[in-house]
Design a binder for this molecule. Structure first.
Ligand code: NAD
Ligand code: TYD
Length: 352
């Protein structure tokens, strides 16, 4: 079996669902269930004997060791993290704790597990670390895209803590020989994304006729990748990636934030027309401190070595995503109750 951390979050739950739908071997999902972890994302697996859940913190090394001893996975796919830049600005401590210290504890537990494996299993074992393009910092409009050899220059507590985890993973390969692989991916979107992130936040606000809060001038650029394409890249790297290597993953879809918001408004207008349209809801609000201007990914390595390329275009991915949010209003309502309200007050009240 394989062990997934953070499988109740956005990308992790998409990964587990796709993995099992594709006939993959059993999965044990280790998740602390923070505000971002939602067992409802995996409700369709209830009763599926191939799926096991363990509620635990990756920073609890003894718990990780016990789970590894019980399940003896042949691979660990590590998604668990604090993942939202704006939250890292309000409270960086949790980011250091989970992303840096938690990854360290998990690596220690994984190293012990790996060392005790028989030779053939030891050789085949993989620790796949899921990371972000944000570790490379910010590009100008004319800079070349991030490659695997771009120097790290993280600018937010989130990206700095992910960079720290990437360095630890690298060191565990270099020093101890742990068979690691790392992926650095651009901005994902798709089903089950928590509506604190740009795309689901804008969809949810638009459907309620609320303002669409664009930070600063809205001209910041991100590369966008449909989550299913990211999950396929991770499967390919797990199966055939070279140990000790890093693979950049991107959608070849650089967009300004305002372009993304307009695309969402126009797609919503087609699927759920509103009198006067949605674009008029766009509201400029105070910028994010230290806001990175542009991210772009050079994904030539994973394409050349593993034959991966995204299946969705930005347009097809956005259409699928908007359709999913329209069809899953109950999921959105559930995750927007409780803690979510406090976050919205904290992040947006002083921005207006
Ligand atoms: P998410 O915030 O939606 O989910 C994170 C999951 O990790 C949640 O289920 C949460 O409960 C769990 N978790 C948090 N702290 C934990 C801990 N201490 N122990 C165990 N579980 C814990 O995040 P996501 O968007 O799905 O991102 C998953 C991974 O992919 C992260 O490592 C992130 O850095 C990386 N990534 C995300 C994006 C993106 O656009 N979302 C892009 C590139 C890379
Ligand atoms: P986000 O989804 O938080 O991802 P990241 O910061 O990791 O790239 O934000 C994507 C972009 O959208 C980023 O440039 C910040 C911007 N943004 C807004 O303009 N308004 C918002 O309310 C949010 C959440 C993000």
């Amino acid at each position: 079996m394989i062990l997934v951390t953070g499988g109740a979050g956005f990308i992790g739950s998409n990964f587990v669902l796709d993995w099992l739908a594709g006939g993959g071997e059993p999965v044990v999902n280790v998740d602390k269930l923070t505000y971002a972890g939602n067992p409802a994302n995996l409700a369709s697996l209830s009763g599926d004997a191939r799926y096991r859940f363990a509620q635990a913190d990756i920073g609890d090394q003894a718990a990780m060791e016990a789970i590894l001893a019980e399940h003896r996975p042949r691979a660990i796919v590590h998604f668990a993290a604090e993942s939202h830049v704006d939250r890292s600005i309000h409270g960086p401590g949790e980011f250091v704790q989970t992303n840096v210290v938690g990854t360290f504890r998990l690596l220690e537990a994984a190293r012990g597990h790996w060392l005790a494996l028989p030779a053939a299993e030891k050789e085949a074992f993989r620790f796949l670390h899921v990371s972000t393009d944000e570790v490379y910092g910010s590009l100008s409009e004319t800079d070349p895209a991030f490659s695997e050899t771009t120097a790290y220059a993280p600018n937010s507590p989130y990206s700095a803590s992910k960079a720290g985890s990437d360095h630890l993973v690298r060191a565990y390969h270099h020093t101890y020989g742990l068979p690691t692989v790392t992926t650095n991916c651009s901005n994902n979107y798709g089903p089950y994304q928590f509506p604190e992130k740009l795309i689901p936040l804008m969809i949810a606000n638009a459907l309620e006729g609320k303002p669409l809060p664009v930070y600063g001038d809205g001209r910041q650029v991100r590369d966008w990748l449909y989550v299913g394409d990211h999950c396929e890249a991770i499967r390919m790297v797990l199966a055939r990636g070279r140990t000790g290597e890093v693979y950049n993953v991107g959608g070849n879809a650089e967009k300004r934030n305002l372009e993304v918001v307009h695309a969402l408004c126009d797609t919503l207008q087609e699927m759920r027309p509103r009198e006067g349209g949605y674009r008029g809801l766009v509201t400029y609000v105070a910028d994010r401190p230290g806001h990175d201007r542009r991210y772009a990914i050079d994904a030539r390595k994973i394409r050349a070595e593993l034959g991966w390329a995204p299946r969705e275009t930005f347009e097809s991915g956005i259409a699928r995503t908007v359709r999913w949010y329209l069809d899953n209003a109950a999921w959105v309502a559930q995750v927007r109750s409780g803690e979510y309200r406090h976050w919205i007050e904290k992040n947006y009240e002083k921005r207006a």
